[in-house]
Design a binder for this molecule. Structure first.
Ligand code: F6R
Length: 632
């Protein structure tokens, strides 16, 4: 087993293949085209090399390329005559954290006779032991990957049992760790064997054709019907049939679900990047979230998704929120608003810290997992640990079809629509909306907040989409500011109170897509160290939304001015004096202080976007990042 403290070393050896994307197709369409199109839509999962294996003219043919997917497409374009008869194939895009991505290590991997090919997402934790055993039996390994052990192991079982599904079922019993696998074999024409454990894989159900994929975008153009495989199930896909077996080889009934996505959701709709499109979708994301939950400020908020009864809600003594990255920042806003309105203590912790220490949660603790993808391994583990201790699990996610959603006692889907850009934007705003809805719901049940204040917040939430639309209709100043500061090597974001999380999120957006070193600080902390860094080269962006800490942050900003920092303000105040203190004032429409994180993040997303765009960075697919992080 790879232990968490060994992961770094494993990564250094290049063994860990995080995220990755898989597509499989059997049918009459151009197989190479279906596979590469599918892989294109999974590029957000990772993209340092790619490959496909097809059965054509009775032979298994494998093609791989390093770098961008276009390199694989170019390669396949030169092989048209070799692959035109193919009617089954599997494809993979790989993302490794360390070690040079190479053709040798790219998937698909094959057994020694080259007849069997496999693509894999996940980690085979006991691959070293398996590899040693297989080598002792004469298998010759071509790569350093854990995946190649699967190819040899399944091939060996196939030679014994002469049944590919059975070979996969028996081989996977020997695997430890996480995997989604698609396997083809030259002696088993027109067939893909697909299986999974703790890694996402779905089967797309077509007419005279079938698909397998890591995620919905890879198949949505062809079918809206899907089957989600359970852990350890093995599927046999042929063009005209699907059979699914459990780990004990019993055939299981198939549950076909209708996918919620529209193909249009995957187009850029005229925007230069998905990120920009997704930023502009935010007003509708808010409307969408509120529909069915809040129609007028005078009605109670409807949050039927929370399955705890009133008595249990009233008796909650603690809330623990676990999340990573942007979702963690949404949780920090959630803490503020729940504590403000509901008088329940809320702890927020990075899932990766939470899972390796003794945490104290019990049946009186509500544990909230927040995740756009619903697949983030650290958060999933944190949630499972808390569930085992008897806590009620509430999941806030954009993917109600995810592994995390399946752990939920209460599931709050945020319905932001598919988010393609690696940098999270609209899903953040949707997560914030979920926290506001939850806080209002709890406050109404507990009667813990002033009724007028609750009504004001509801009113503000209902007005928010139009106000954000107004902001999005005039972005020239943000673009100008982006150009002005794009050459900065460092950036500081300061804020206080509920917008401290906004400073963290603004800094995260900037660093992940522009690679500029950016840090968010609580403004009061500036003078306890960071102020030493300030000089005339360093931009300090002060988030100054009206409310109880406005004056405080104004004086913190003055401390920065006195150290000659380059001064940027983000504010809903119309105070003209700000023009004297700041070089740049980014104005946003006025909102209630408690709602201000939703308004304030939008210009920061745009600032990060325009800086990265101006610097010519790969905005939607920043280096070293992937959309869902499915290993710890
Ligand atoms: C930042 C970003 C990441 C994710 C983090 C958690 O833009 O996208 O920081 O927020 O990897 O992912 P989820 O929310 O899918 O659990």
């Amino acid at each position: 087993m790879v232990k968490y403290w060994e992961i770094e070393t494993e990564i250094e050896k290049g063994y860990l293949y995080i995220m990755c994307g898989i597509v499989g197709y059997v049918g009459e369409k151009n197989v190479a085209e279906v596979l590469t199109k599918g892989l294109s839509s999974l590029e957000y999962r990772g993209y340092d090399s790619s490959g496909v294996a097809l059965l054509a003219d009775g032979k298994t043919k494998v093609y791989k390329a390093e770098g961008k997917l276009q390199n694989l497409k170019d390669l396949l374009a030169t092989k048209e005559s070799e692959i035109k008869t193919a009617n089954v194939g599997i494809g993979h895009i790989r993302w490794a954290t360390h070690g040079v991505p190479s053709i040798k290590n790219a998937h698909p991997h094959t057994c020694n006779c080259g007849k069997l090919a496999v693509v894999h997402n996940g980690i085979i934790e006991n691959f070293k032991e398996l590899r040693a055993k297989l080598e002792a039996k004469g298998c010759v390994f071509q790569s350093e990957t854990d995946t190649e052990t699967v190819a040899h192991l399944v091939a060996q079982k196939y030679n014994e049992v002469k049944d590919l599904k059975e070979a996969v079922r028996l081989a996977t019993k020997e695997l430890e760790g996480a995997y989604a696998l698609c396997i083809i074999h030259q002696d088993v024409p027109n067939t893909i064997i697909a299986t999974r454990r703790n890694a996402p894989l779905l089967i797309g159900v077509g007419e005279g054709e079938n698909f397998a994929a890591s995620d919905v975008p890879a198949i949505i153009e062809y079918t809206k019907k899907a089957i989600y495989l359970d852990d350890n199930q093995v599927a046999i896909l042929k063009a005209d049939s699907i059979q699914i077996f459990d780990a004990d080889n019993n055939e299981v009934k198939q549950k076909v679900e209708l996918l919620p996505w529209e193909p249009i959701a995957l187009s850029k709709m005229g925007y230069k990047h998905f990120m920009l499109k997704e930023i502009h979708e935010q007003p509708d994301v808010i409307r969408n979230f509120l529909s069915g939950k809040l129609h007028s400020a005078t009605e109670p908020i409807k949050l039927d998704e929370v399955k705890l009864d009133k008595l249990k809600l009233k008796n909650l003594n603690r809330i623990q929120v676990v999340a990573c990255g942007t979702s963690l920042h949404a949780a920090l806003v959630g803490k503020y608003i729940i504590e403000e309105l509901c008088e329940i203590p809320v702890d927020v912790e990075a899932s990766s810290e939470y899972i390796y220490r003794k945490t104290v949660t019990d049946e009186h603790t509500l544990v909230i997992g927040v995740s756009q993808s619903g697949e983030t391994a650290d958060t999933l583990t944190a949630v499972k640990q808390s569930k085992a201790r008897g806590s009620h699990i509430l999941i806030i996610t954009n993917r109600p079809d995810s592994a995390m959603a399946r752990e939920a006692d209460s599931l709050v889907p945020v319905n932001a629509g598919i988010e393609v850009s690696v940098a999270a934007t609209k899903s953040y705003v949707a997560q914030l909306m979920a926290f506001y809805a939850l806080a209002l719901h709890l406050a109404e049940i507990k009667e813990s907040a002033d009724k007028d204040e609750i009504q004001t917040i509801k009113n503000e939430l209902l007005l928010l989409p139009q106000k954000i639309e107004l902001l999005l209709s005039k972005t020239d100043k943000i673009q100008k500011c982006a150009r002005m500061y794009s050459s900065s090597k460092n950036f500081i974001f300061i804020a206080r109170g509920i917008n401290y999380a906004t400073a963290l999120e603004g800094a995260l957006k900037l660093k992940e897509i522009s690679y500029i070193n950016a840090t968010g600080y609580p403004a009061g902390e500036l003078k306890h160290g960071p102020i030493a860094m300030l000089d005339e080269t360093l931009p300090v962006l002060s988030i100054m939304m009206s409310g109880k800490v406005y004056e405080k942050i104004l004086s913190n900003a003055q401390e920065s001015k006195a150290r000659n920092a380059r001064m940027i303000a983000l504010t809903d105040s119309t105070d003209e004096k700000l023009d004297e203190l700041f070089d740049y004032v980014l104005n946003v429409p006025h909102v209630h202080e408690l709602i201000s994180p939703i308004m304030a993040i939008v210009p920061l997303q745009l600032l990060a976007y325009h800086i990265a765009e101006f610097l010519g960075k790969d905005v939607d697919q920043p280096r070293n990042l992937a959309k869902s992080v499915t290993v710890e």
